[in-house]
Design a protein around this ligand. Structure first.
Ligand code: NAD
Length: 481
């Protein structure tokens, strides 16, 4: 691992930690220790916010640079991350159990895609325009960076979800303090070293790993101007309350329980659509917020849908996340496995029928593995259909007609993702339009950097990605001329 992970990256330097607390990272594959970092304490967070504040307030600094100059710096950071892609894959996969095949496509690539995308969006943007008025004069509308951002990220996609925040924030001219999740801290050192190599001005990106108390401290810190959070709805509500009291702008990307609607004409041939069905429902060991974990199946093809998903789940290679052949790795933590297993027990208790899985893989003695599990005969009111499980567990629910499918899809506290599988593109889009959700895919699901990403209802507030995310880090000001 890296040489610097006995310190914090604050103000462009490696700072000795204020306390002797240690975060120990344990491999979900074999339960062996894979690394240590210091555990951030309040004085470390104070130093990080202070460094970000000074960098932001510098009258000739980052926030005042021409956008084209910032765009070049974002490009340098993307280049430095490119060089570290293999190291990043190893760091992420060994900590959270993400199959390396997924980490190679997403964690080691998506941040650079975002940095280059936002660099492209700003390089020719003057961040102001003059609008002719309706009452005689005109208005100069300027957009200035919102200030110092406090970013809190979860363990499931630690690098991509950090980049969802820092790429648009930095492009806008903000500075940032990132608090990674204690489960995934080693990768944040790879990012810090890339920032160092890219020679971003001191204090533009600061990283202090720590637990939820440190996150709460960052959220309410007087030096923070905006909070960007990805994580559970429970934590999101606490953060929203704190930000509400402070009238502090906040973006919340929270949990989900999305519907994958199989329309009656959908292709269910696993040889042709298996990858899309898998990607939309069980990617990253089922630990993705947007997955369609409620499979809505037409009554007329119910058994076929159950057979298809049972065959799919039964065919997945389960094993160490570091094995390139693995499709389902372990749960990220023992706590997470316990949680998934408790939902499997609840599903059984509620009367749902397990067609495949339901236990731990017999051949894997160590590690926090759960078999890919399919529940048939699920009623949408069951706990397993209403609460986020965050594991490779799908519930198959029968519907009568399109109207019924839309009703069931929308009968959820959440509204983040979703998919519609159909042979008729226009029909799919028509159904997708009726789903109360922030994002939805047709015959597959892959968030695109250019399109806004986020949720409705308990899935969150605000949007990341796309030009919308850049706007979220800018404050418009009207100067009436
Ligand atoms: P979590 O909410 O427990 O923790 C997320 C992060 O927030 C961690 O860094 C944690 O230390 C910190 N935190 C927790 N409570 C906090 C508080 N009160 N104040 C400030 N910080 C706090 O979530 P998790 O278990 O790490 O991640 C899984 C959850 O994240 C799932 O619910 C999943 O759906 C959600 N998620 C959402 C998205 C999305 O874009 N909508 C993406 C990925 C994950």
């Amino acid at each position: 691992m890296t040489t610097n992970n006995n310190a914090f990256f604050i103000g462009g330097e490696w700072h000795a930690p204020a306390s002797s607390g240690v975060i120990t990272v344990v491999s979900p594959n074999d339960e062996q220790v894979v690394g240590h970092t210091p555990d951030g304490a309040e004085p470390d967070m104070d130093a990080a916010v202070d460094a970000a504040r000074r960098a932001f307030d510098d009258p000739t600094g980052w926030s005042q640079w021409e956008p084209a100059r910032r765009a070049q710096a974002l490009g340098r950071l993307a280049d430095a991350l490119d060089k570290r892609a293999p190291e990043m894959v190893q760091a992420v996969s060994s900590q959270n159990g993400m199959p390396v095949a997924v980490a190679e496509k997403l964690e080691a690539v998506f941040p650079q895609v975002l940095l280059r995308y936002y660099a492209g969006l700003i390089e020719n943007d003057s961040f102001e325009e003059t609008r002719p008025g309706l009452l005689g004069g005109s208005t100069l509308v300027t957009k200035t960076p919102i200030g110092v951002v406090g970013a809190i990220v979860p363990w499931n996609f630690p690098q991509a979800l950090a980049a969802f925040k820092y790429a648009p924030a930095l492009a806008a001219g903000c500075t940032i303090v990132i608090k990674p999740s204690p489960e995934t801290v080693l990768d944040s050192y790879v990012l810090a070293e890339a920032v160092e190599e890219a020679a971003l001005p001191a204090g533009v990106i600061n990283i202090v790993p720590g637990g939820r108390e440190l996150g709460a401290y960052l959220v309410s810190h007087p030096g923070i101007d905006k909070v960007a959070f990805t994580g559970s709805s429970t934590a999101g509500r606490n953060i929203a309350e704190a930000c509400g009291r402070l009238l502090r702008p906040v973006t919340l990307e929270l949990g989900g329980k999305s519907a994958a609607i199989i329309l009656d004409d959908a292709n269910l041939d696993l040889a042709t659509v298996g990858e899309q069905l898998f990607g939309a429902t069980m990617l990253n060991n089922g630990q993705v917020c947007y997955l369609g974990t409620r499979i809505l199946a037409p009554q007329s093809r119910y058994q076929e849908v159950v057979d298809t998903f049972s065959a799919l789940a039964g065919s997945l290679t389960v094993g160490s996340s570091l094995d390139p052949a693995t499709m389902i790795g372990p749960m990220a933590s023992a706590r997470q496995r316990d949680r998934v297993e408790s939902y499997i027990a609840k599903g059984r208790g509620e009367g749902a029928r397990i067609t495949v899985g339901g236990g731990r893989p017999a051949d894997l003695e160590k590690g926090w593995f759960v078999e890919p599990t399919i529940f048939a005969d699920v009623d949408n009111n069951y706990t397993i259909a209403q609460e986020e499980i965050f594991g490779p567990v799908l519930s198959i629910i029968s519907y009568r007609d399109d109207e019924d499918a839309v009703r069931i899809a929308n009968d959820s506290d959440f509204g983040l993702g979703g998919t519609v599988f159909t042979a008729d593109h226009d029909h799919g889009v028509a159904v997708a339009r009726r789903i109360q959700t922030g994002t939805v895919g047709i015959n597959g699901y892959l968030p695109d950097p250019t399109a806004p990403f986020g949720g409705v209802k308990a899935s969150g507030l605000g949007r990341e990605l796309g030009p919308e995310a850049l706007s979220a880090y800018l404050v418009p000001k009207s100067i009436y001329l």
